[in-house]
Design a protein around this ligand. Sequence first.
Ligand code: 3HC
Length: 311
Amino acid sequence: EPSAPAEHFDAVIAAEQRIEPRDWMPDAYRATLVRQIAQHAHSEIIGMQPEGNWLSRAPSLRRKAILLAKAQDEAGHGLYLYAAAETLGVDRAELTEKLISGRQKYSSIFNYPTLTFADVGVIGWLVDGAAICNQVPLCRCSYGPYARAMVRVCKEESFHQRQGYELLMTLMRGTEAQRRMVQDAVDRWWWPSLMMFGPPDGDSPNTAQSMAWRIKRHTNDELRQRFVDMTVPQAEHLGVTLPDPALRWNEQRDSWDFGEPDWSELQQVIKGQGPCNAQRIDRRRAAHEDGAWVREAATAYADKSKGQSSE
Ligand code: 3HC
């Protein structure tokens, strides 16, 4: 006797199986997935800007080629994720409009400036490192298209983190000025990287429901802790200090204790008052407008070939 759709949905979630686009799902499940996947996609596309700032000024052809490959990967991650969002009945043009008009978010981390080339290395090491902590569990998300997109993203993300760490290791073996440049970048990106995981669990309106629906597999604080525990030994190996005087190993917890991020800063940046929010959106709007002729040409061509095939 096939159970009612809601019972079937609950049984699939409870059994750690996948909900697919044609399955019945609660409207709120669909809505929170559109929210999270769209904002994840927006983050990938906006995330190309901070690093793009160094494409024409990379110190060697090798570094330029690596950065070009990484920026291209981020664009691809955005496309996988917009495609995953579209399986839920939304259209990427509508999502882009919501991003540009500020009705949808993107990750706070991309609203900080990339002041030196060491920032490119620190973004690879810390920001893509944080992204890996956040995205690996999403490979086990209950919504099929999102989980499958994450499997491919995570493979490419590990290259992003490794190239960043190798870039920093090279600088740390350079001059005293280069070592200072790395430390300065670490000082500026450490706390914003911890904020990428979202507000503390007590302040996270979406976490409980997302965990119940097995969209989120760990809470914001759990993933933040996992990132700190992974990163502290890497910082020691690199020879940089992390700008947190409260950082200390906790024998009982077998984990690192660390200080409290400035949550008012996160709220400011999310609200659009970060150092680069206006510039990021202006550039995204300009790119969208400059690309209108390509979309019009592609649509006209598609209509024409549709017309021919129906003759
Ligand atoms: N930046 C911007 N907005 C944030 C944020 C951040 N760092 N952290 C939380 N928020 C927003 C949430 O979107 C939510 O607002 P909304 O309801 O309008 O969407 C609000 O603050 C409350 O936060 P919650 O913790 O309740 O929200 P979530 O349960 O959605 O958790 C999240 C936030 C951890 C970012 C989660 O959405 C998530 O895991 N998203 C998928 C991964 C992602 O988007 N990563 C962005 C980093 S970019 C990246 O990974 C690309 C790589 O190449 C660098």
